[in-house]
Design a protein around this ligand. Sequence first.
Ligand SMILES: [Zn+2]
Length: 219
Amino acid sequence: MNYINIHSHSLENRDGIVIYNALNLNNIPKTEENFYVSTALHPWYLKPELWNNNIKEYEEVIAEDNIIAIGECGIDLSINIKADVQKTIFTNHLQWADKYNKPLIIHCVKAHNEVISMKKKSNVKQACIIHGFNNNINIARQLLTAGFYLSFGDALLQNNSNAAAALKITPLERLFLETDESEHSISAIYEKAAILLNISKDELINQMNINFKKIFIKE
Ligand SMILES: [Zn+2]
């Protein structure tokens, strides 16, 4: 069975089943066997004066069959882009999730309260996955209680990371793993996660395949 890597920005590392995150609408690769594509308007690349122009363009691309998930989108309160603009854009993405039947891969920095309340308000039925989770257990609990999935990356490889502690309280059926921009392999992340969870790597791979089929393939 294959590794499932739900969030990668690398076209080269294709170990297992990968969801490649395209940040540039003009450069969206085709889906291939074991290679899927997600895209969205990332909060880092919002141009407040322009968003009204290209939000339609994003919706058109996201609606296409080639796109398996909407992301990464979300809220980042550590950057110099107005929260209101970010919220408006993220609200669009939340609506597209149910409209196009695609899960959300969410970038959330210093904004878990906002993201939780916006998910609630939107009443979105599709899975909402917080990617690259590396926050404390309390925030992990709040997100899990609100129905989010958590995806962990190479922060797990650091000793005593927040990610490692949060992983241990995440139910296996709400869990995903990813490489994001890491130079570490997906297999290294699975190996460490299996140790932290005290299960075999095969068991973990099996569960990630179940989660992937349920959330992304809708089997
Ligand atoms: Zn990313």
